[in-house]
Design a protein around this ligand. Structure first.
Ligand SMILES: [Zn+2]
Length: 240
């Protein structure tokens, strides 16, 4: 007992030292655990949740990117389809324009067919060289096909007084059309005309028994080379 009483301070130091060692061991261990939990985050359940959340976010982002890619692809496909459609339309329009340019039309819209080609009669020195369309004076006369005006004026444009005022148009392929007994001429020699373009007004000039358009199809610009107009137009898909 006396020994213990004599050295209370030493005992206390030892106790403190022991406590100190214990404390340092506790702190050290705690620090080590703390360090471990930082370096291995996946080990904890919270870390697993965080990782899962991260994965979900990544998946969502990937889905967004894919959706954007799909939308872009759809847009590109729509644009391509629209371009193809436009090209198709343009091709059709071009074809229609080409067909229209190649087509023939009737020289007058409303008429009554009177004297036909090769018909005999007192009105003609030989046989009738064209097709007559009975129409009121002043009716619009259209170019039956595109071409260039080669005759236009009184005296049949040079073919003779029997035709009155007349126009002759030269077409591609060695065909000519003639329009006679006109009251008014709207074109001049050398002028280019389109299919269906107004070139004159009908009349009753020259050797004519009444208001009508005398229409010829010729193989030359001149009288004497006429073909049957009704037959020719029928061959071009125009029925009069
Ligand atoms: Zn005639």
């Amino acid at each position: 007992m006396s020994k213990r009483v004599k050295h209370p301070a030493r005992n206390a130091v030892v106790a403190l030292a022991a406590a100190g060692v214990g404390a340092s061991m506790v702190f050290g261990g705690g620090a080590a655990v703390a360090a471990d939990s930082k370096t291995v985050p996946a080990a904890g359940p919270a870390a697993a949740v965080a990782a899962q959340a991260h994965t979900q976010a990544a998946q969502a982002k990937a889905a967004q990117v894919k959706a954007a890619q799909v939308a872009a692809a759809k847009k590109a496909a729509a644009k391509k389809a629209a371009a193809a459609n436009a090209a198709k339309k343009a091709a059709l329009a071009k074809k229609a324009a080409a067909k229209k340019a190649a087509s023939w039309v009737k020289p007058v819209a409303r008429y009554t067919l009177t004297a036909s080609f090769n018909q005999g009669g007192a009105m003609w020195s030989h046989k009738h060289s064209g097709q007559d369309f009975a129409v009121p004076v002043g009716t619009v006369v259209k170019a039956a096909h595109s071409g260039v005006v080669v005759k236009a004026g009184p005296n049949g444009g040079g073919d003779g007084p029997a035709y009155g005022n007349a126009v002759v148009v030269k077409h591609a392929g060695g065909t000519y059309t003639q329009y006679a007994h006109l009251s008014k001429i709207n074109v001049r020699v050398g002028e280019t005309v389109k299919t269906g373009e107004t070139i004159a007004r009908s009349g009753n000039t020259g050797n004519s028994s009444g208001p009508h358009l005398h229409f010829e199809i010729r193989t030359t610009p001149n009288y004497g080379s006429a073909l049957n107009p009704a037959k020719f137009l029928r061959g071009e898909g125009v029925v009069i």
